[in-house]
Design a binder for this molecule. Structure first.
Ligand code: HEM
Length: 116
């Protein structure tokens, strides 16, 4: 949940693009073959219509993974060109986080208040 929430707030691939192969309509806007369609992952991950308190760090929002709409959250994008390292990256991140937490005690730097 912590890794998911970190990737929601700070997706390393903040924006990706796709080249349209065929005609389509996107929210009433025509898309022509060859057009570049930008997918603003960072903005979707913080969209007020999709998330409650979008700028807050709330790992619990991922407690029920099925409750998160598929196209509201995709740090690894989706579809045929989804990141092939997604599962590896998530496994690695959890191992790194649990290793650090088991070996170090993290404390707040006096006077340094994290802000959004
Ligand atoms: C937190 C870590 C990672 C994030 C957030 C991430 C995110 C992404 C995103 C958003 C894309 C799509 C880019 C695009 O289509 O423009 C992508 C593609 C890709 N990623 Fe990752 N990635 C991560 C880690 C990894 C790792 C660890 C590997 C390899 C071990 C990897 C291998 C790839 C490859 C090969 C592609 C291209 C897939 C394709 O186009 O068919 N990624 N990744």
């Amino acid at each position: 949940m912590i890794i998911d929430e970190a990737l929601r707030l700070y997706p390393p691939g903040a924006i990706v693009s796709r080249t349209a192969q065929n005609r389509d309509m996107l929210c009433g806007t025509p898309v022509h073959p060859g057009d570049t369609v930008m997918i603003p992952i960072y903005s979707l991950h913080r969209h007020r219509n999709l998330w409650e308190a979008p700028d807050s760090f709330v790992p619990e929002r991922f407690a029920d993974r099925k409750a998160v709409p598929r196209f509201s959250y995709f740090p690894f994008i989706d579809g045929p060109r989804i990141c092939i390292g997604a599962q590896f990256a998530l496994t690695e991140a959890v191992i790194i986080l649990s290793t650090l937490l088991s070996r170090f005690k993290f404390t707040q730097v006096p006077g340094a208040i994290p802000s959004l």
